[in-house]
Design a protein around this ligand. Structure first.
Ligand SMILES: Nc1ncnc2c1ncn2[C@@H]1O[C@H](COP(=O)(O)OP(=O)(O)OP(=O)(O)O)[C@@H](O)[C@H]1O
Length: 589
C-alpha cells in the first residue's frame, strides 16, 4: 500500500462509523445543489419575462405575472438551498467532532501500548507534534474539506448537467478551458504537496528541538549557551520558513490563477451569448435570459474548482498528518502475551542467565550476565557510569528483551509470562521520579488508588518521607503541579519509593537518584533503602555505596560484565574495584 492510500485509509477508518451521517450529508448536499443549479434557470426566466414586459409595455398590453412567478421560484430555490446546506453543515460538524475525538483517543491509546524503545528513540517534542500539529491539521481539513469536497463536487457535476440541458453550445464554451485548468492545477498541486510535506517534517523537527531545549534549560543557562541555543533555533526555524514559504506559495497560487481563469471564462461566455443574439438565432428576451443564466453557471462551474484548490493545502497537510499518524499506528506494540503463564507471585528466585543484550544489533551492551536473587534477598548493582546497570533492570520487567540468554522468575522465562501479571509483581522506582498533578496522597496511591489514608502513611513512613510531608502546609493534601513543584530530586524519589512500596511488589527495583540530593535527604534515602531492602526481593542500583552496605549481595559491573560479587564485607576484603570505589567515596564523605 502506498503511503497516500494508507492516509486515505486512515480517514476512511475513522469516518466509517458515521456512514449514516455522511449519507445524509450527501443527500442534503444533492438537494441543496439541485436548488442552487435551478435558481439561475428562474433568474434567466425573470430576465426574459422582464424584457418581454418592457417590449410589450411599449405595445400597451404588458403583464408582470410571469416575471413574478419566475422571481418567486428563484427565491424559493435560494431559500431551500440555504436550509439544506445549514442542516448538512450541522450534521458534518457533529460527525467531524466525534471522528476527530476518536482519532485523538486512538493515538493516545496507541502511545500507551508502544514499547519503551519507541519513547527512547523519539523526541518528546516530536511525539507532542502528533497531537498539536498533525491531528490539528487533520481536524481542520475534516471540518472544512469534507463538507466542501462533497458540496463542491455535487455543484460541479450538477452545473454541467443543467448547462447541457439548457444550451449545449454555451455549455461546451463554458467548459472548454477545463483541460487547461486541470493541467495547471496538477502541476502546481504536485509542487505544493512536496513542500507541504517538507513543512510538516520541519515543524516536527523544530518542536523536537524546542522541547529538548526547554527540558535542558538549566544546563543551557549554567553553561551560558543561550545564544548558541537561539542560533540553532534559528537554523530549525529558517528551515520551517523556507519549506512553509514554498508550500504556501504553490498552494496559494492556485486560487488567484483560478480566479483569473474564471473571469476570463465569464467574458468569453458573455461574448458567445451576445453573438448568439446578434446572429438572430434566438430572440433578444430569451438571449438575455440565457446570458444571465450562463453568467451564473460559469461562476458555479469555476467555484468548485476554486474552492477545491483553495482547500488543497489544508487537505495536503491533513494527508501528511494522517501519514504520520498511520506511521505511529504501525509501530510495534508491547507483546502482551495474552495466552502466557500468569505469574501468581514470586516463590523462589529471580535469575539472569548468561544474558546478552544490545539496544541495537551493532553494539552489545551486556556480555553474559549471571545474577541469581533468592526470594527476600536484595542485590545491589554498582559500577561506573555506562557500565550497564540500568540496562540490567530494563530487562527485568521487559522494557526490553534479552538478545541472548534469559531472565527467569522461579525458573520461568519472563517472555512466556503475561505482561500484566509480570508488571503487577514488579515495582520499579526510576532514577527520574515523576510526580503527577494531584495531591501528595494521590501521588503515593497512584498504583493503588483504593489505598486507605493509613496505608498511604505507612508507606510514606517506610520511605522516610512522612515527616517531611507533615511539614507542608496541607500535609498529604498538598497539591503537586508542574509549576509548583517544591520537591527536591531526593524527596521526589522518596515519594516514588513510597508509591512503589504501597503496591507491595514481589520484586522491587530501585534506581537510586544520583544528583541534587542534599545530605539530610541522603540520610533519609539511606534509612529508606534499609527499610525497603530488608527481607524484600530487590534489585538496587546504587551510586552512593553507603546506601547498600546492608544488601545481601553486591554485584560490580564494568563494561557490561560482572567483575566482582559478594556482600559488602567480602568485597572490601577482596580489595578490588569495589574496595577502591568505597574508599574513594568515604574520602569525600
Ligand atoms: N535507550 C538506549 N538506546 C541506546 N543505547 C543506550 C540506551 N540506554 C543506554 N544505552 C547505552 O547503554 C550503555 C549502558 O547504559 P546504562 O544506562 O545501562 O548504564 P548505567 O550503568 O546505568 O549508567 P549510569 O550509572 O550513568 O546510570 C551506555 O553505553 C549507554 O550509552
Amino acid at each position: 500500500m502506498t503511503r497516500l492510500s494508507e492516509a486515505i485509509g486512515y480517514f476512511r477508518r475513522y469516518l466509517k462509523p458515521f456512514w449514516k451521517g455522511i449519507t445524509l450529508v450527501v443527500v442534503l448536499t444533492l438537494v441543496a445543489t439541485y436548488f442552487q443549479v435551478m435558481a439561475p434557470v428562474y433568474m434567466g426566466k425573470s430576465v426574459t419575462a422582464l424584457t418581454d414586459f418592457i417590449t410589450q409595455a411599449a405595445k400597451g398590453h404588458a403583464s408582470m405575472q410571469s416575471f413574478f412567478q419566475a422571481f418567486w421560484l428563484m427565491a424559493v430555490c435560494f431559500i431551500l438551498n440555504v436550509v439544506a446546506l445549514c442542516i448538512s453543515w450541522l450534521v458534518t460538524s457533529r460527525f467531524n467532532a466525534y471522528s476527530t475525538n476518536n482519532m485523538r483517543k486512538g493515538l493516545f491509546s496507541k502511545l500507551q501500548r508502544l514499547t519503551i524503545k519507541y519513547f527512547d528513540t523519539h523526541q518528546d517534542g516530536k511525539i507532542l507534534s502528533l497531537f498539536n500539529s498533525d491531528l490539528d491539521n487533520v481536524f481542520n481539513a475534516m471540518n472544512n474539506a469534507v463538507f466542501e469536497i462533497i458540496s463542491q463536487s455535487a455543484l460541479f457535476f450538477g452545473t454541467i448537467w443543467i448547462m447541457l440541458i439548457i444550451n449545449v453550445k454555451l455549455a461546451l464554451i463554458t467548459m472548454a478551458s477545463t483541460p487547461f485548468v486541470v493541467l495547471i492545477s496538477i502541476i502546481i498541486m504536485r509542487k505544493a504537496r512536496k513542500y507541504l510535506d517538507k513543512q510538516q517534517a520541519e515543524i516536527s523537527n523544530l518542536n523536537g528541538y524546542i522541547n529538548e531545549q526547554i527540558n535542558g534549560q538549566k544546563v543551557i543557562i549554567t553553561n551560558g549557551l543561550q545564544e548558541e541555543s537561539v542560533r540553532n533555533f534559528r537554523g530549525f526555524n529558517n528551515k520551517v520558513r523556507k519549506a512553509m514559504f514554498k508550500g504556501q506559495l504553490y498552494s496559494g497560487l492556485l486560487f488567484p490563477l483560478m480566479n483569473g481563469l474564471s473571469l476570463l471564462n465569464l467574458a468569453i461566455v458573455i461574448a458567445a451569448g451576445s453573438l448568439l443574439i446578434m446572429s438572430g438565432n434566438i430572440g433578444t428576451a430569451t438571449g438575455l435570459g440565457l446570458i444571465v443564466m450562463f453568467v451564473q453557471y460559469s461562476q458555479q462551474y469555476f467555484q468548485p474548482l476554486m474552492q477545491l484548490t483553495s482547500i488543497y493545502s489544508m487537505m495536503q497537510l491533513a494527508i501528511t498528518g494522517a501519514k504520520r499518524l498511520v506511521a505511529v499506528e504501525k509501530q510495534k506494540e508491547e507483546e502482551s502475551v495474552t495466552d502466557g503463564i500468569v505469574l501468581a507471585g514470586l516463590q523462589k528466585n529471580v535469575a539472569l542467565k548468561d544474558v546478552h543484550f544490545g539496544y541495537s544489533a551493532e553494539k552489545e551492551i551486556l556480555h553474559g550476565i549471571d545474577i541469581n536473587v533468592q526470594k527476600n534477598h536484595s542485590v545491589a548493582i554498582v559500577g561506573p557510569t555506562g557500565s550497564g546497570k540500568t540496562t540490567v533492570i530494563n530487562l527485568l520487567n521487559r522494557f526490553y528483551d534479552v538478545t541472548g540468554g534469559l531472565v527467569a522468575f522461579d525458573g520461568v522465562d519472563v517472555r512466556t509470562l503475561t505482561l500484566e501479571s509480570l508488571r503487577a509483581h514488579v515495582g520499579i522506582v526510576l532514577q527520574e521520579s515523576v510526580l503527577f498533578t494531584g495531591t501528595i496522597a494521590e501521588n503515593i496511591a497512584f498504583g493503588k488508588p483504593e489505598a486507605s489514608q493509613s496505608e498511604i502513611q505507612a508507606a510514606a513512613k517506610k520511605a522516610n518521607i512522612h515527616d517531611f510531608i507533615l511539614t507542608l502546609p496541607a500535609g498529604y493534601q498538598t497539591k503537586v503541579s508542574n509549576e509548583n513543584s517544591v520537591f527536591s530530586t531526593g524527596q521526589k524519589q522518596l515519594i516514588s519509593i513510597a508509591r512503589t512500596l504501597l503496591t507491595n511488589p514481589d520484586l522491587l527495583i530501585l534506581d537510586e537518584a544520583t544528583s541534587n540530593v542534599d545530605t539530610v535527604t541522603e540520610e533519609k534515602i539511606q534509612t529508606a533503602m534499609n527499610n525497603v531492602i530488608t527481607g524484600r526481593t530487590s534489585f538496587i542500583i546504587a551510586h552512593r555505596l553507603k546506601t547498600i552496605v546492608e544488601a545481601d549481595e553486591i554485584i560490580v559491573l564494568k563494561d557490561g560484565k560482572i567483575i566482582e560479587t559478594g556482600n559488602h564485607q567480602a568485597l572490601l576484603a577482596q580489595k578490588g574495584f569495589y574496595y577502591d570505589l568505597y574508599k574513594s567515596q568515604m574520602a569525600f564523605d
